[in-house]
Design a protein around this ligand. Sequence first.
Ligand SMILES: [Zn+2]
Length: 171
Amino acid sequence: MRSVAIYYSEAQGRLPDICLRCGKPAVCRVEKTIRLHDLAPMHGRGVLTLIRLAADLRRHFRSATLVLQAPFCAAHRRHWAVRRAIVWAIAALTLFSVLAFWLLRAANVMGDTPAAALTVAVGTLGLVTAAIIIGTSTAKHACNNDAHTFVLHCVHPLFVRALEDRRQQRG
Ligand SMILES: [Zn+2]
């Protein structure tokens, strides 16, 4: 899978009819709102980093948006909807695990054995890890590198080739 820069002018209806995920012919366009200021990777820790992160988040949610009309095949048309549902499910399960942990503790069910607490902790850690994996590995988010393009990640190479061919034809 590859990352590719998309021109703003291409995002709305001028992308090749190739599925972003698998490279097969696309049958539909799925609209996705892209925020044109993406979060910069944060290095270091401490209060200063937190303040920088907060400022960056604020810029992210105030940034201009663009509606991407993304080509997908029939099998992948629900790609983004499914991913969103999974992330929400994991978030809900994680919250549930934490609640269960506190309830069990409050009810003194666990006694002195840390086994139950450990189970819940490990489960929560697993869920959070899964959320991070899903959020990063199949993400197709934008990041602004200049004022004309945004970057799509995890795109199929055939889509990239079709896009490059199209650009060459247009000169
Ligand atoms: Zn596909």
